[in-house]
Design a protein around this ligand. Structure first.
Ligand code: IMP
Length: 417
């Protein structure tokens, strides 16, 4: 059966490692949304792979497809593709011809958008031009990969884009759109990657009845519609966007992935956030630094209330928990089980102001005693009892089994149940 690996929190759940780990059984790995705002680090033996756009399946030599729901920065893609070519023999990557491009002016607009907000209202974007690129897609202005076949087509589109955006760029003292330079860059880019560009119909045909793994980017709580708007990314991160973003009309099982604690980069509500030494300790021990922006991630206890919501909106059938080992040395570990005694049925997760104003009380948390250090990373049965209690509590609360437990960055630090 096809599978989708979807982040259930605010991104950075460890999707890269898990996609790499399970991709062995699949024929094609697909990204269907987001762009190079995502960051995946995968460690295999002595090699560390850092990927932003290309699915982690590429490391196992799997064929990878970037679907039409992705926004693609040509410069970034070209650099990442060349880096991967140095490490992997003949990587097989397909780009949907229907992908919308991120151009220089999108990054300028991303920065302008943030600069006009008061500091407490800033989104804290990755500045990669993601929001403005999706704005152009919805506004029917995007330059698509298929446009790159024709100089005239690029020029025609760019001149109207220039008319629209130059006054804004100019009023913020940003350089205006340089049509000649952009056209020449795009034509060069097209020359270098044209063999990778395919029609959706070709992928559909070639991978009919093959096993497909979908790799989500960001997390469900950053979803444009289901997340805490406006503190969200500009795409639908939930699994129901898979069919649209990949143009592959197939069935799949959703594997929801979460960290044993919570992190968030950028602004927005985070009810179980820790502002004390424990939060700092988790950030340091868990190496919670943004892969894309190098910002320190905000840390907090695992939030079962929002996790239950994420499981529901993604129709999650199986779970994967990562990084419980980061909590080994803590004397007490807490799980957030309600917001001021409210269960998730009563909470509107897309209304930021309400979530921001929450102030959780002791009875909102279930407390677990330390599980200490352990060495045996291969069997659930030999895990410390307190960790098993933690896992069982989560499964009971969510009523979904945790089938994969990842306890370190290496492939062999993974338990399958
Ligand atoms: P954007 O996607 O760059 O527009 O940023 C919007 C919000 O999503 C910001 O809070 C970012 O920090 C967050 N974000 C975007 N991509 C990721 C990711 O891959 N991991 C974690 N947070 C992300």
């Amino acid at each position: 059966m096809n599978k989708a690996v979807i982040g259930l929190q605010w991104g950075d759940e460890g999707k890269g490692k898990i996609v790499d780990f399970i991709s062995e059984d699949f024929d094609l790995v697909v990204r269907y949304q987001g762009g190079n705002n995502a960051g995946h680090t995968v460690i295999v033996d002595d090699d560390t792979y850092k990927l932003n756009l290309i699915p982690s399946g590429v490391i196992r030599g799997k064929k990878c497809f970037l679907g039409q729901g992705v926004v693609l920065d040509p410069n970034h893609f070209y650099t990442e593709y060349n880096q991967i070519r140095k490490k992997i023999d003949d990587p097989k990557i397909y780009l949907s011809s229907n992908i919308s491009l991120i151009l220089e002016y999108h990054k300028q607009l991303d920065i302008i958008n943030e600069s006009i907000l008061n500091s407490e209202k800033k989104i804290g974007t990755t500045s990669k031009g993601i929001g403005p690129a999706y704005q152009d897609k919805v506004g029917r202005k995007s330059i698509k990969l298929y446009d790159l076949k024709s100089r005239n087509r690029i020029e025609e589109k760019l001149y109207s884009i220039k008319k629209f955006y130059d006054p804004i760029l100019d009023s913020f003292n940003e350089s205006k759109i340089n049509v000649d330079q952009t056209v020449s860059d795009l034509l060069n880019f097209y020359d270098s990657v044209k063999e990778l560009i395919v029609d959706n119909s070709l992928i559909k045909k070639e991978f009919k009845n093959k096993k497909i793994l979908f790799e989500g980017a960001q997390g469900a709580l950053l979803d444009l519609d289901h997340g805490s708007y406006p503190y969200v990314t500009s795409s639908n991160t939930v699994s129901s966007n898979i069919v649209i973003g990949s143009a592959l009309q197939v069935e799949y099982i959703t594997v929801g992935i979460f960290k044993a604690y919570s992190t968030r980069v950028g602004n927005g509500p985070f009810p179980s956030e820790l502002f004390d030494d424990i939060g700092n300790y988790i950030a340091e021990k868990g190496l919670e630094i943004g892969t894309v922006t190098k910002r320190k991630r905000r840390c907090g206890w695992l939030d079962l209330v929002s996790l239950k919501y994420s499981c529901e909106i993604n129709r999650v059938k199986e779970l994967c928990m990562t990084k419980a080992d980061v909590l080994n040395d803590l004397s007490e570990i807490k799980l957030c089980k309600s917001y001021n005694s409210n269960k998730y049925e009563n909470i509107n997760f897309s209304e930021s102001d309400i979530l921001e104003s929450l102030s959780l009380v002791d009875s909102d948390f279930e407390v677990f005693q330390s599980w200490g250090n352990f060495n045996d990373l291969n069997k659930f049965e030999t895990l410390p009892d307190n960790l098993k209690k933690y896992i069982t509590y989560i499964e009971d609360y969510l009523n979904i089994p945790i089938k994969i437990i990842s306890l370190g960055p290496e492939r062999n630090q993974t338990i399958i149940r």
